[in-house]
Design a protein around this ligand. Sequence first.
Ligand SMILES: [Zn+2]
Length: 126
Amino acid sequence: MSNEDRLGEPSLFVCPECHGPLWEIEDGDMLRYRCHTGHAFTSEAMLEAQSAETDEILCSLLRAHQQRAAFTRRMADRESESARVDMAAKLQERSRECEADAEVIERILESRRGIVAENGATTKQN
Ligand SMILES: [Zn+2]
């Protein structure tokens, strides 16, 4: 019996911890997941880990857009000071687009927090 046989069936999912492939193990009426490194998850733990990973990515995406909005605004101010009106206007427009994208991401994060609260997370928002 090879190592992989003992791990179960290969799944379509990756390990939320190390992003390696996950094997699916039927354990009575429960499903369990395990990667080569040894990270192991119940179905419930997989849902939680995936949710946490999604939040982390969205927060990182939000920070990137906020940074870009602030940076293009700063560049726009510099162009304005140098009386380069066209370039300043272009940069201001780009900054507004980044802010608008950041707002969309913020709304997604807020709606996800609502879902987490509904599903009985330890802290409730409001
Ligand atoms: Zn892993």
